[in-house]
Design a protein around this ligand. Structure first.
Ligand code: 13P
Length: 332
């Protein structure tokens, strides 16, 4: 493990005013989003869509890294240029989703764990050759009656630690992504309690496994009320509770913290990040790593008219710019 390389990669990824764009939807997730918009679910259509994301002019002003999926890291433009070399030529870091999705956690009804550790050491070596400098692993936690359980949180935290160690041994920065799901009618206080407890469990395991904390990025969900609750929270309250939770539970030496958008509206995801930067000063770099909240307008435009690449790219750039402004508290 080369700590300098890890810290330099982290520093590039979270350097203001930039954040990370997640375009690493797995085949089932990408196909689900395509189906909703009547886009054919073929490899060629996924390639075409990802080509417009990767080649969007000037995106490097706002985005420091792209997280790719296994299929995407091997793809090229219609003219035969590797996506990876295009990103590298813009100075954008290449990330790769290395988990293999979630599965039911045996003995824990309604809870999930994440698979993909088998063969991970070899895959990381291959991804590194393909240009990856960082990786992502996501675990999900549903809030419900008596869940998430301590067992579920501990199981996922142990897996995070194994994944993070393997990444760091290969000089690849691990993004550790514990996502507390927005589904349900829980209160924001409940989300706070679960997120805080879980972050404690995650960092306890990472420290126990001797993961180099300055050489990781935490990708977390915000502290939010469930999407089915009637009680709405202001951006100010979401920001205040999220920052309180992160200040209490995330070691100040961490390389950086980024957010997923997790099913919030695009506008909410941007406003909430902006509100956090109004609070300051923060102990760590804090920015976005959105998928949907940046891609949505572009995907919708492309679904309506797939020949108008320029409009889709314009919308992508606009969303990236708004979130870049939010990452320095300047979004209006
Ligand atoms: P969303 O921003 O769409 O939640 O996606 C981010 C991500 O990488 C989820 O794993």
């Amino acid at each position: 493990m080369n700590q300098d390389i890890l810290m330099q990669t982290v520093a590039r990824l979270v350097k203001p005013p930039k954040g990370i764009l997640a375009i690493d939807e797995s085949l089932p997730t990408c196909n689900k989003r395509f189906e909703k918009l009547d886009i054919p679910t073929t490899e060629e259509k996924r390639r075409e869509y990802r080509e417009l994301l990767v080649t969007a002019p000037n995106i490097e002003k706002y985005v420091s890294g792209y997280i790719l999926f296994d299929e995407t890291i091997r793809q090229s433009t219609k003219n035969g240029k590797n996506f990876t070399s295009i990103l590298q030529s813009k100075g954008i870091d290449i990330g790769i989703k290395v988990d293999a999705g979630t599965v039911d956690l045996i003995g824990h009804s309604g809870e999930k764990t994440t698979k993909g550790l088998d063969g991970l050491a070899d895959r990381l070596k291959e991804y590194k050759k393909l240009g990856a400098t960082f990786a992502k692993w996501r675990a999900v936690y549903a809030i419900g009656e008596n869940i998430p359980s301590v067992g579920c949180m501990k199981t996922n935290a142990e897996i995070f630690a194994k994944y993070a160690k393997l990444c760091q041994e290969n000089d690849i920065v691990p993004i550790v992504e514990p996502e507390v799901l927005i589904d349900g009618d829980h209160t924001i206080e409940k989300c706070y309690e679960i997120t805080a407890y879980n972050l404690q469990v995650v960092f306890d395991e990472l420290r126990t496994a001797n993961v180099f904390i300055p050489g990781i990025i935490l990708k977390t969900s915000m502290v939010l009320p469930g999407k089915d609750t009637k009680e709405k929270s202001s951006s100010g309250k979401i920001a205040e509770m999220t920052i309180k939770c992160l200040k209490e539970k995330v070691p100040s030496v961490i390389g950086g913290i980024v957010f997923l958008s997790g099913g919030q509206s695009d506008e909410d995801a941007t406003r909430n990040l902006n509100a956090m930067h109004k609070i300051g000063p923060l102990s760590w770099p804090l920015t976005f790593s959105y998928g949907r909240a940046i891609q949505n307008p572009a995907l919708q435009s492309w679904a309506k008219n797939s020949s108008d690449i320029a409009n889709a790219q314009k919308l992508l750039l606009e969303a990236a710019r708004n979130n870049s402004l939010a990452s320095i508290g300047q979004y209006k």
